[in-house]
Design a protein around this ligand. Structure first.
Ligand code: FES
Ligand code: FE
Length: 441
């Protein structure tokens, strides 16, 4: 086969040395590469876009993005979930202009074509007079994506031949079960996702969340000083595991440090503990009971954090699951969607504590959130130039000599002892390379 080349003749494979752990900084912000990502990643794989609890009732919908395409995610009769492109088949006007709502159909504001939630065209004004017989409604449905769910997460893809979602997720499923389905009702989104724009390439968010435990003590130094990060020990993430899954998925899981007294299962209330004991396997329980921090990424652009923090000294720690999607808006900008989730059956005081803890830490104004996006924005700026992108190679050699080692970790995937590693980041780049060059080399 042929190599995939950029217009200056550079081959994609020349930008990565996955064996030695070097990646050209050109991969971050090159506009040509960005367009390849849109066509060969976001248009090919299952992309996580919403949580089922955001559209609980028939007729509910939200607007979301698969890559840079706006889609309507809705629930119709019998609980069926639809994902369709929000662009009218007549002349391209978005047919839905509200971020969320409830509606049995969408009427285009330009000339009034009306579509069902599943995208079927059902109404055309002055149909006979305007179009006569030269018109077959069944041909002009909105562009339909496939929809699938796992553990309450909704995914969409425009690729008719994408393998089943569960295959793409691989062993990450085990961890999604633990985080999203540890009670009978599962997790629910509190409120709506917070959204904001950052002048950062989308991949920097994924690269950070999938494996970068190393930045905590520097980037989040102010949180360390305030004792929000419950240890003065910069080696704290070494006492965890780093897990690479199939197809670019990955995560890191870290326990509470010895001086931080966190009851099992993130300190959840007793009624939730009882459900966890009924719902989760013994292996799941063994893993979940000892954790305080999980970070990871569902390939390509949905990261997650399952965190426990005491946001004030002496206060009860709250814990929450946050999902965050890095929506690409060109090579140098992304829109962040950030959700906070908590167990559906939890008492109100626990939900409120979770929400408050999230707002203070990883909401748009959260102390830790701002630390991270500042770095990614600056990296995007600093690597944009010709010299940086031709001479600067990122170093991905942390843990490169360490072999996978299961230890007593009860979960699947390729497990490394200690969360100071860049195996997951290289795993992301391996998948990126595969998708960009598949069927070409
Ligand atoms: Fe939608 Fe014409 S653009 S009806
Ligand atoms: Fe961070």
């Amino acid at each position: 086969g042929e190599d995939v080349c950029l217009s200056d003749g550079t081959k994609i494979r020349e930008l990565l040395d996955l064996e030695e752990g070097y990646i050209s900084s050109r991969v971050i912000g090159d506009p040509e590469i960005h367009q390849m990502e849109i066509e060969r990643i976001f248009s090919k794989v299952w992309v996580p876009i919403a949580h089922e609890s955001e559209i609980p009732n028939k007729g509910d919908y939200v607007l979301r993005y698969i890559g840079n395409e706006e889609v309507i995610v809705s629930r119709s009769e019998g609980g069926v979930i639809n994902v369709v492109l929000n662009a009218c088949t007549h002349r391209g006007s978005p047919v839905c202009r509200s971020e969320m709502g409830n509606s049995s159909h969408f009427r285009c504001p330009y000339h009034g074509f009306t579509f069902k939630q599943n995208g079927d065209l059902i109404g055309v004004p002055a149909y006979k007079e305007a179009f006569g017989d030269a018109f077959d409604k069944t041909q002009y449905s909105l562009v339909k994506a496939r929809a699938a769910t796992y553990a309450g997460l909704i995914f969409g893809t425009f690729n008719d031949s994408a393998p089943p979602l569960e295959e793409q997720l691989g062993s990450l499923k085990w961890y999604l079960d633990m985080m999203l389905s540890h009670t009978h009702g599962g997790m629910e989104v509190i409120g709506v996702p917070q959204r904001w724009t950052v002048k950062s390439n989308w991949k920097l968010g994924a690269d950070n969340f999938v494996g970068d435990a190393y930045h905590t003590f520097m980037t989040h130094q102010s949180a360390v000083q305030l004792k929000l990060v419950p240890s003065g020990d910069p080696k704290f993430a070494f006492y965890g595991v780093h897990v690479s899954c199939e197809n670019g998925n990955g995560l890191g899981l870290i326990g509470a440090p010895p001086e931080y007294e966190l009851p099992p299962f993130y300190g959840v209330p007793q009624n939730i503990v009882e459900q966890i004991e009924q719902k989760l396997t013994p292996e799941h329980q063994k893993a979940f009971s000892r954790l305080a921090y999980i970070h990871g990424n569902i390939y390509p652009n949905m990261s997650f954090g399952y965190f426990s923090w005491a946001t004030e000294a002496g206060k009860n720690p709250g814990s929450y699951l946050t999902l965050r999607q890095w929506v690409p808006k060109g090579p140098h900008e992304m829109e962040v969607f950030s959700w906070v989730l908590v167990e559906k059956e939890a008492p109100d005081w626990w939900k409120e504590l979770a929400r408050e803890t999230y707002v203070r830490t990883f909401g748009s104004s959260g102390m830790l959130e701002q630390d991270d996006t500042e770095m990614w924005k600056n990296i995007t700026r600093a690597t944009k130039g010709y010299i940086a992108s031709s001479k600067l190679k990122f170093i991905y050699r942390m843990g490169i000599d360490r072999k996978p080692e299961q230890g007593d970790w009860p979960g699947p995937g390729t497990v490394y002892q200690g969360d100071y590693s860049e195996a997951n980041q290289l795993n992301i780049w391996r998948q990126w390379h595969k998708l960009l060059t598949e069927n070409n080399e």
